[in-house]
Design a protein around this ligand. Structure first.
Ligand SMILES: *Cc1c(COP(=O)(O)O)cnc(C)c1O
Length: 367
């Protein structure tokens, strides 16, 4: 949130046109499906309320992880359905779901017991999660018929959407994908055909290897593609546009002699007379501390390598190859000129982690 004054120029610029464009692309891919715009974790770091506004016209509902995130959307005036992907943590949340029209996932016996025993002012839509092979959340396939029967008879339940989640949708030829889909299809075929279904996240939607059999009653749950990232192992861009540009200013420039070391632990040592620029961003801002020497940073039209350990508030880069660099120049840590995928690969993590960990002290600027 950009409340209050920010004198330090470090910031995350959020391109709301890119968010809107990506949502349109998601809509295009999910031609016959309904679309759940996943904006948990503060809209993957982009600002949940602002993302919700930007993608408003393209999605049929919003997905968040838990009720606190949903209430932020209700407070901001959004009236669309909101799905709680982790469901409720206590029975006390169910009346809140009924009051605010929130749709919890039911993945555990205690959540099932709570809805069966609740007395709500009006029935709520629920999503029933099936564990088809990821083994993180959900009822086992052989429990589902009994659970559906109970929910069907429950006066607190307005509708049921059967859902599952893939463990390897980002690996197109992973054998578990087909196995999970087969299990899901088999359950869907034998339960009531009136139920809505939801299997796909972004990777499953974009993967040509998975035939999800698009139908009107099906929901695609798209998160990461809204932010401009293709999570699959194919090189295609799917015409997505990066929505976040993370920016930090150069705050100091110095020359170091060959043999001099830079930063904590002296992990980087100059092999020639070198120019070092210090940038005002560090791990307290969400830049990963484990980023190794050589991690690319975009500065004055080219890539420059990280040189030395990431500090709490600063990083240092080797700008010897740059023709020009001055205090106040602005570097891009990731964004349109340096894909967050590339940085994620360099620091051995995933784009999701980099985007969601941009901390609160980095103001978001919307355009
Ligand atoms: C976060 C989440 C998604 C969105 O996944 P993306 O890979 O970002 O598209 C979908 N489904 C569930 C259950 C999730 O938790």
């Amino acid at each position: 949130m950009s409340n209050g004054l920010h004198f330090r120029p470090t910031r995350a610029e959020i391109d709301t046109d890119a968010l809107r464009h990506n949502a349109t692309m998601a809509r295009k891919h999910a031609t016959h499906c309904k679309l759940l715009g996943v904006i948990k974790a503060n809209g993957y770091g982009h600002g949940a309320v602002e993302v919700a506004h930007a993608i408003n016209g393209s999605v049929d509902a919003y997905g968040v992880a838990f009720i606190d995130e949903a209430l932020k959307l209700r407070d901001a005036g959004f009236t669309q359905p909101v799905v709680l992907l982790e469901g409720c943590f206590s029975p006390a949340e169910l009346p809140v779901c009924a009051h605010y029209d929130l749709q919890p996932v039911i993945h555990q016996q205690h959540q099932l017991d709570a809805i069966l025993q609740a007395r709500l002012v009006k029935p709520i839509a629920v999503w029933l999660k099936i564990d088809t092979g990821m083994h993180r959340l959900g009822f086992a396939p052989d429990e589902i018929d009994a659970v559906v029967a109970k929910l069907d008879r429950c006066p607190q339940v307005a509708s049921i959407t059967l859902m599952t989640h893939f463990a390897n949708a980002d690996v197109s030829d992973h054998p578990l994908n087909e196995a999970q889909l087969d299990r899901f299809d088999e359950i869907c075929a034998r339960t009531s055909p009136a139920l809505s279904l939801s299997a796909a996240n972004t990777a499953a939607l974009l993967s040509s290897a998975l035939d999800l059999g698009a139908q009107e009653s099906q929901w695609c749950r798209t998160g990461i593609m809204l932010y401009g990232v293709n999570p699959t192992d194919t090189a295609a861009t799917f015409s997505l546009l990066p929505a976040m540009k993370l920016i930090a200013p150069v705050m100091a420039v110095r020359t170091v002699a060959s043999g001099d070391a830079v930063g904590y632990g002296s992990t980087w040592r100059a092999t020639r007379t070198s120019r070092i620029a210090t940038l005002a961003i560090g791990y307290a801002d969400g830049y990963p501390r484990h980023a190794p020497n050589g991690t690319p940073v975009w500065l004055n039209g080219q890539r420059v390598p990280l040189a030395g350990r990431v500090s709490m508030d600063m990083i240092t880069v080797d700008v010897t190859e740059l023709a020009q660099v001055a205090v106040g120049d602005e570097a891009e840590l990731w964004g349109p000129n340096l894909a967050v995928d590339e940085v994620a690969a360099a620091v051995q993590t995933i784009t999701y982690e980099l985007l969601t960990r941009v901390s609160e002290r980095v103001p978001r600027h919307y355009k």
